[in-house]
Design a protein around this ligand. Structure first.
Ligand SMILES: Cc1cc2nc3c(=O)[nH]c(=O)nc-3n(C[C@H](O)[C@H](O)[C@H](O)COP(=O)(O)O)c2cc1C
Length: 345
């Protein structure tokens, strides 16, 4: 077996440790300070009637919140997947797992992902693989296995060109991936979604992906976790460390990504993620165009402080979203859409 593949569980644990202990955020903002919601001093609503629920791929979520792709694939990360899945069930929100590549190659790691469906039998769950793996021996069968492992409602393919090229052991051949993604969208029995990992997806690229049959775009934009920063903390070689430092702020800020999606067909799910911090960021994302809002670093750091902290964090986000809806006179998420303007100055 490829030596790099046997090292995946170690790399996952290293990434997790760095994300929990080091400063891994980009220096640039995700851009939410540029967006202001329309204020309605006379909302004409009872706060208790504000409805944050949303139907996505046939399942009704209590709020448009996603636990973004992070963990699984090593002993340590199973515990996090279990805690995150319990939270997904408790709050009836969506959850995605981290890359399942290691478990496709090492079936003994499958349980680090299967635990998510066991803990959250009815939840909206997304499987995850790197799109670039379609150039390294993975095809429709491996993607189906990833979906089946989770009884997933969709499959995320992540695009992570910068991360792969900064990793000494990265997979760098991103040639001709679009036709392979298109083929997958035709063969798979669940929707294919595409995400970045913190550098963002432009409206133009999203349109090409949608034309290829992709049914969800998660922008995972600049402004939150920077994988160049994460990789910088892993490098021993000073020259390679400097290269990572140069690219810490590479990407398209999340809000700019979302605003560039006006050509996306209406049936394509649009997910805002990358540097989201509050329920107001969720509300702004929905107002601008998104259907769902994802959080990675915020949730894993909360989970690291324990289940109570994780639940408090999610409860606060949903309360903040509900307050933003109430004070902008939006009884439903549909009514919130469009209620924004650019901040002056
Ligand atoms: C510890 C950790 C592990 C991650 N692993 C994956 C992964 O396996 N697959 C993936 O698509 N994204 C992965 N991501 C990226 C996140 O899904 C997300 O796109 C990114 O962190 C930006 O969101 P944030 O600013 O809220 O952290 C990971 C993020 C973190 C923090």
């Amino acid at each position: 077996m490829d030596d790099q593949v046997t090292k995946i569980p170690n790399r996952k644990d290293e990434h997790l440790r760095i994300c929990l202990e080091e400063n891994v955020r980009s220096n640039r903002s995700a851009g939410f300070e540029k967006i202001e919601l329309s204020v309605n001093a006379l909302p004409g609503l009872d706060f208790d009637s504000v409805d944050t629920s949303k139907v996505i791929f046939g399942k009704r979520l209590a709020a448009p919140v996603l636990i973004s792709s992070m963990t699984g694939g090593s002993g340590k990360t199973k515990h996090f997947n279990q805690m995150l899945a319990r939270a997904a069930k408790e709050f009836n929100i969506a959850m995605a797992v981290g890359s399942q590549r290691a478990a496709i190659v090492h079936p003994e790691l499958e349980d680090t992902f299967r635990i998510v469906r066991r803990e959250a039998p009815g939840a909206l769950l997304f499987a995850n693989l790197g799109a670039v793996q379609l150039n390294y021996g993975f095809g429709v069968d491996e993607c189906k296995r990833a979906v089946d492992m989770l009884e997933a409602d969709g499959l995320y393919l992540h695009l992570n060109a910068l991360q792969e090229v900064l990793q000494p052991e990265g997979d760098r051949n991103f040639n001709e991936l679009l036709p392979k993604i298109e083929n997958l969208t035709k063969q798979l029995h669940v929707p294919v979604l595409v995400k970045e990992v913190g550098c963002g997806i432009s409206g133009q690229t999203a349109r090409r992906l949608a034309d290829a049959g992709v049914l969800g775009i998660d922008v995972a934009g600049l402004g939150g976790t920077s994988w160049a920063a994460v990789e910088m903390h892993r490098q021993a070689d000073p020259m390679r460390k400097n290269v990572c430092r140069t690219f810490i702020d590479w990407g398209i800020p999340t809000v700019d990504c979302i605003r560039s999606m006006h050509n996306l067909p209406g049936e394509v799910l649009l997910i805002s993620s990358g540097g989201l911090e509050t329920g107001l960021d969720i509300a702004k994302s929905i107002a601008v165009a998104a259907d769902l809002a994802g959080f990675a670093l915020k949730f894993i750091r909360a989970a690291n402080e324990g289940e109570v902290k994780l639940h408090q964090t999610i409860e606060q986000l949903i309360l903040e979203l509900k307050i933003a809806m109430f004070c902008s006179g939006s009884k439903t998420l549909e009514q919130l859409t469009g209620k924004w303007h650019l901040a002056e100055g």
